[in-house]
Design a protein around this ligand. Structure first.
Ligand code: SAM
Ligand code: SF4
Length: 331
């Protein structure tokens, strides 16, 4: 039987889906949201059934890894029921979640039991006041307890995600790395991306390149290139003598679009083909107009792939190229 797969005009095979399940969040990280956010009305957000239909169509077309994101995915009601359904899909090689960690103390064992294999947990500072300044919420202790609960729950890998800003947490790079190493976790250091118009800080003044972060680490720890390839904008290094891998996510200083294997679906059901572009296909309109029509959905996905751009064009300046917050598209 002919089994079409998702391949874009540049020959890249799409095997990875980031699925955002909500645009809401219990934090207000300054690089991601304003303090007063207007969230989409609930009716505009894909239902759990619709989210499953989208995931199912992608799996049918060759997607083998799904990452659930948001907003904060764990604030979505009954998310566990969606995860359990996806967790039963044998075709999936990887089911992962990106979370701010605030609910993990309670939910980690249930996530693991539902079939989630890997977690990314955001952590920008180990100092209470700084953490509160980053997230606008005084919840460091809760997140650290969540990280402990996740370790105890037996996930295959847990990775911390740290957005590095000059003058705000760049002096904590080694502390964060050693926190990860002491716990057998991986860690990625992320350059801030120009997504969404925020007023809390000047992105140019706080920009800290991955090269600077790597140099800081190299002063104390030897790093060797890891052969792990993700098909995304991140490259991994092994800390010599440790289980920890360090990733650098550098949309500014490097361009890895050539082997991009991923697409995103927003909580509102927009298929976003590239984080740096505004091309999007409204899957929600299609699903609601033709409920249960799996063939039509598959056809629309195959057609949409023809629009996947060759590369993004983020530049390191203050101009906001894409007026869309990360919490809408999912990080
Ligand atoms: N709420 C979850 C969390 O914080 O992990 C999942 C969604 S969040 C949008 C996913 C990731 O995107 C987080 O690691 C966050 O630090 C990162 N992020 C958000 N806005 C960003 C920006 N403007 N530049 C770079 N990373 C960003
Ligand atoms: Fe929420 Fe994650 Fe955005 Fe922070 S980065 S505001 S935790 S969605």
């Amino acid at each position: 039987m002919h089994n079409p797969q998702l391949v874009d005009p540049f020959g890249r095979r799409i095997t990875y889906l980031r699925l955002s399940v909500t645009d809401r969040c219990d934090f207000r990280c300054t690089y991601c949201m304003g303090e007063d956010m207007v969230f989409a009305p609930r009716a505009q957000i894909l239902s759990l059934e619709e989210l499953y239909a989208v995931a199912d169509a992608f799996i049918g077309l060759g997607v083998r890894r799904i990452r659930i994101t948001g907003g904060e995915p764990l604030v979505r009601k009954n998310l566990l029921s969606l995860l359990a359904r996806l967790g039963r899909r044998d075709e999936l090689e990887d089911l992962a979640i990106t979370t701010n960690g605030s609910q993990l103390a309670e939910l980690a064992p249930q996530l693991r039991a539902a079939g989630v294999a890997r977690l990314n947990i955001s952590l920008d500072s180990l100092r209470r006041e700084r953490f509160a300044a980053f997230t606008r919420r005084d919840r460091l202790e809760q997140v650290l307890a969540g990280i402990d609960a996740a370790r105890a729950a037996g996930f295959r890998r847990i990775k911390l995600n740290t957005v590095v800003q000059k003058g705000r947490n760049d002096d904590e790079v080694l502390d964060l790395l050693e926190f990860a190493m002491a716990r057998g976790l991986d860690i990625s250091f992320i350059e801030e991306m120009p997504l969404g118009d925020i007023s809390s800080h000047s992105r140019q003044a706080t920009f800290c390149s991955s090269d600077e972060v790597r140099e800081r680490i190299a002063q104390r720890h030897a790093l060797v290139r890891s052969n792990r390839a993700t098909g995304g904008p991140s490259r991994y290094w092994q800390v010599v003598g440790s289980a920890t891998q360090v990733g650098f996510i550098s949309p500014h200083s490097h361009n890895f679009c050539g082997d991009c294997n991923r697409v995103r679906v927003t909580a509102e059901g927009k298929l976003v083909l590239c984080l740096g572009h505004d091309h999007a296909l409204d899957l929600k309109a299609l699903i609601r107009r033709y409920p249960g029509d799996r063939e039509r959905l598959r056809g629309a996905l195959l057609d949409a792939l023809r629009l996947k751009p060759e590369r993004h064009h983020f530049a390191n300046d203050e101009q906001v190229q894409v007026v869309r917050f990360m919490s809408m598209t999912g990080g």
